[in-house]
Design a protein around this ligand. Structure first.
Ligand code: COA
Length: 150
């Protein structure tokens, strides 16, 4: 994602995050931060999804992921999450952490499909009976070299 992608990304953001969407300024400050890594998914030159992470090895967090409503359910979210996992792996992160609303059925299903496991929760964090779930993917696949020499 580059700065000129922000208006299109923000339009998706406000359509998929009903409560507390990020502002344009938040996306600007995320892109300005060297530890953040943002990606877009495009279809025929149109941005249909975006995702970002914080990576400071060995730590890595999923910051956000969103897919335009009319392109959901078509594998875009899985592609973006794969990209974040690959990037964190290449950056030698030991694990990938994220936070998700306990009522976000689609996102939780996607994270579980990728092997994320719930490690803790903050009860009633978002609203009464809507917890914040903390999920973790560990270990990330690592490229290893065998120590075959003498
Ligand atoms: C969560 C989100 C990013 C998923 O993106 P997507 O492109 O629709 O997801 P995909 O089509 O790649 O599906 C990947 C997996 O997610 C799960 N999933 C997606 N939509 C689902 C739904 N409506 N119900 C249940 N599971 C769902 C499935 O496990 C799916 O795998 P499958 O197709 O093999 O069954 C998308 O729904 C979204 O943008 N939601 C609003 C923003 C949001 O909640 N972001 C996450 C914040 S933590």
């Amino acid at each position: 994602m580059r700065w000129w992608d922000i208006p299109s990304v923000h339009a998706i953001e406000i359509s998929v995050f009903a409560t507390d969407p990020w502002s344009i300024e938040q996306f600007w400050s995320e892109l300005a931060e060297p530890t953040r890594h943002y990606f877009i998914a495009t279809l025929d030159d149109d941005i249909v999804g975006y995702a970002g992470s914080f990576v400071l090895s060995p730590e890595a967090d999923v910051q956000t992921i969103g897919v335009a409503k009319d392109h959901q359910g078509q594998g875009v979210g899985a592609l973006l999450l794969t990209t974040l996992i690959e990037h964190a792996t290449q950056a030698q992160a030991a694990q990938l952490i994220l936070e998700v609303r306990s009522d976000n059925v689609a996102a939780i299903a996607m994270y579980q499909q990728f092997g994320f496991e719930k490690i803790s929760s903050r009860p009633n964090y978002y609203a009464p009976d809507v917890d914040a779930l903390i999920m973790r993917l560990r270990p990330l696949a690592r490229t290893t070299t065998s120590g075959g020499g003498k």
